[in-house]
Design a binder for this molecule. Structure first.
Ligand SMILES: [Zn+2]
Length: 678
């Protein structure tokens, strides 16, 4: 999965804004004994009803399994079900259920095939999430006057870290791979998406039964469904694989920037990895209030709608990396799956590395090295505070799994050469496809194709905790772009520094100069491209009057980050001009988290003489953004601002309190911390 919510550039605007980078560490423990005795082959899942009021699910699943060794009972994981019963081989039935597992007692003999019919009812408290169905505004007939109201009636699942056995009796152990075919019956006004191919839509009276078919097995944490109101467009990869892109009907104008480069990324990865995409199709579905940035459910990437962007937002924040990451997982994670958390880097390190390769194909070599440089800085920081971890430690940080894992693969490829690396990856995938893998399964393939003993390299990079900073810098110096960036240094102002901003050095190097020393910024510096201007906006918090006009031009930049920062700094520096700045930025919403709009409303409220007759309207709008009809990112911004200006009224407080129980732990943690601090 992808965890980072503020990729590449964080939104910075001094004192008011905080960039939150969240990480979540997933690891899985243990290998159950059951896999040695029984091989579950297929699961025909029928979700018969989903009650959106009570959140009850009724289902029926038929498992077919083979006994490998004699055993007197088998089990299915089923967490906290209301009722669950089974029929074995059409005859014997019972319901031996302990609240966690359904146990089927029977003298099973090796080399026999069985059929287990399970009917159940449950009300999942996690792994399946009901979005907005509880809200009053859903049923209220008086239409909301807010045109931007973004209520979303959705149901979506998240298996990894939460366990699919909360809504479907299944096997939590990743080592049991099963061919899951899902049928789901739901209100005919909604789209239902699940793993695999849609083979049939059966129209009933008020419902539709959606039949999805998988042809190959997967671990249960990758079983998923998403329900909501969507439109979709389909394009086809070079080899003809359908790429199905879902979007909210109201977001049709954001479709192109959101899904920009999707086909290129897909075709690139298939070519680069050298093994055809393993599943029937690839679907991408945005959802509200998602737990992470994206999740690589087999053939179904469910991702946060924060990454649905317009062309302006695309510059600072986009879906390309998230999409490439989840797509790479379709091979690394879904086709071959770790046996346990010890080998988690085989999933996250590979997905991070291949996403970077896909981005290099789009954005170029300098971008690739720049991101690796950023990873190095993050790993160095982790090392500095004594928190470096081994890549083979199941409790490692996500920085280690993702970034150090990617670095390991980059250096390994340098060491053994492109051909040996690519052949090894291909052999590794083909040899272990639809099975589980350990680190040595990969290393041994690379040793074979390269004819090199990698034990010392593996010891240094996979086993040892320390981060090999010098080795990464040596590798980075192969890039003249990085050499230049490292060479440029203006912490201490030199005569050279004066010339940098008007020279041909890279935008990143110029940004470094600007951020190191704001005194170097002159009127000419504003002639630089967007990203350098963004660095100027960040660096120049005290704006000299001779640069006022230049700085004001930042308000017209095609970047929501630049506009947000420039608006705040101009408002602060030039009180006499506040009305003009507010008028100019009145109609800008910003990212999906409304970064510009929420700041604008706050400033409009505290600017005394600005549109006094509109104060109540603006206050109501900002307060309204704290309610659950909005995504948690919007709510968090609004709550923060109202709290800053000490204007969180009863409605806002009720919404803040409600946020403490939100399913998204980042948001609930924020709300709890804020309440405690008051
Ligand atoms: Zn991932």
């Amino acid at each position: 999965m992808s965890l980072t919510f503020c990729p590449k550039v964080c939104y910075i605007s001094y004192m008011i804004r905080i960039c939150l980078i969240f990480f979540f560490l997933i690891h899985f423990l243990g290998v159950s004994q059951q896999a040695e005795y029984v091989n579950f082959k297929t699961a025909k899942v029928d979700i018969l009803s989903i009650d959106t009021a009570s959140k009850d699910i009724e289902g029926h699943v038929i498992y077919e399994f083979e006994i490998l060794k004699d055993i007197d009972s088998i089990f299915l994981d089923a967490n906290n079900f209301q009722s669950i019963k089974y029929i074995l081989d059409g005859g014997y039935s019972d319901s031996l259920y302990n609240g966690k597992q359904l146990i089927v007692k029977h003298p099973f003999k090796s080399n026999t095939i069985h059929k287990l019919d399970v009917v159940y009812k449950t009300t999942p408290t996690k792994a399946m999430y009901f979005i907005d169905w509880d809200n009053d505004f859903v049923t209220s007939s008086d239409s909301d006057s807010d045109q931007n109201c973004i209520e979303k009636l959705q149901i979506w699942t998240q298996g990894q870290g939460k366990y699919t056995s909360n809504w479907l009796p299944s096997i939590d152990d990743m080592n049991d791979k099963i061919e899951f075919d899902l049928s789901i019956t739901f209100d005919k006004n909604y789209e239902v998406v699940a793993n695999g191919n849609l083979t049939n839509k059966q129209i009933n009276d008020s419902t539709v039964t959606w039949h999805y078919d998988m042809q190959k097995p997967m671990s249960s944490y990758l079983v998923a469904l998403a329900i909501g109101k969507y439109d979709k467009k389909v394009t086809y990869s070079k080899r003809g694989v359908p790429l199905e892109m879902y979007y909210y009907p109201e977001d049709s104008l954001k479709f192109e920037p959101t899904y920009r480069y999707t086909k290129q990324v897909f075709d690139f990865l298939e070519e680069e990895i050298g093994v055809p995409y393993p599943w029937q199709n690839y679907k991408m579905v945005p959802v509200k209030d998602f737990l992470y940035a994206g999740m690589e459910n087999t053939s179904l990437n469910i991702y946060s709608d924060a990454f649905v962007v317009d062309s302006i937002a695309f510059v600072d924040k986009n879906f390309v990396n998230i999409n490439a990451h989840e797509l790479a997982h379709q091979w690394f994670g879904d086709l071959v799956t770790e046996t346990s958390g010890t080998h988690h880097w085989l999933q996250e390190g590979f997905a991070t590395y291949y996403a970077l390769l896909a981005e290099r194909d789009i954005f170029g070599e300098d971008y690739y090295y720049w991101r690796l440089y950023e990873y190095t800085q993050e790993l160095l920081e982790q090392d500095r505070v004594g928190q470096s971890t081994s890549l083979l430690d199941p409790k490692s940080s996500s920085t280690t799994f993702y970034k150090k894992g990617a670095w390991f693969l980059h250096l390994l490829r340098e060491k053994v050469g492109d051909e040996a690396f690519k052949t090894a990856v291909k052999n590794y995938l083909l040899k272990h496809q639809f099975k589980n893998v350990e680190t040595n399964d990969f290393i041994s393939e690379v040793e074979k194709t390269s004819d090199k003993d990698l034990s010392a390299f593996v010891e240094r990079w996979l086993i040892k905790k320390e981060f090999m900073y010098d080795e990464t810098i040596e590798s980075l110096k192969k890039s003249t772009f990085i050499q230049e960036y490292l060479m440029v240094d203006c912490e201490v102002k030199t005569s050279k520094c004066e010339t940098y901003l008007a020279s041909w050095i890279s935008d990143e190097a110029k940004s470094k100069v600007v951020l190191q020393n704001s005194e170097l910024i002159t009127s000419k510096s504003f002639k630089n491209p967007l990203k350098v201007r963004q660095a100027i906006a960040q660096s120049l918090t005290e704006i000299p009057s001779e640069l006022k006009e230049d700085y004001e031009s930042l308000l017209s930049d095609k970047s929501y980050i630049t506009i947000e920062i420039a608006l705040f700094n101009l408002w602060r520096n030039f009180p006499g001009e506040r009305r003009r700045y507010l008028d100019k930025t009145k109609n800008i919403q910003g990212f999906n988290d409304k970064n510009v709009r929420t700041l604008w409303l706050t400033l409009a409220l505290i600017t005394e003489d600005y549109e006094p007759e509109m104060k109540k309207v603006y206050f109501d709008e900002l307060t309204n953004y704290t309610s659950s009809k909005y995504g948690f990112e919007v709510r968090q911004n609004a709550i923060q601002y109202l709290n800053q200006i000490k204007a969180c009224n009863d409605d806002c407080k009720t919404n803040l309190k409600q946020a403490t129980t939100h399913h998204n732990w980042r948001f609930s943690k924020f709300a709890k911390a804020l309440l405690e601090s008051q």
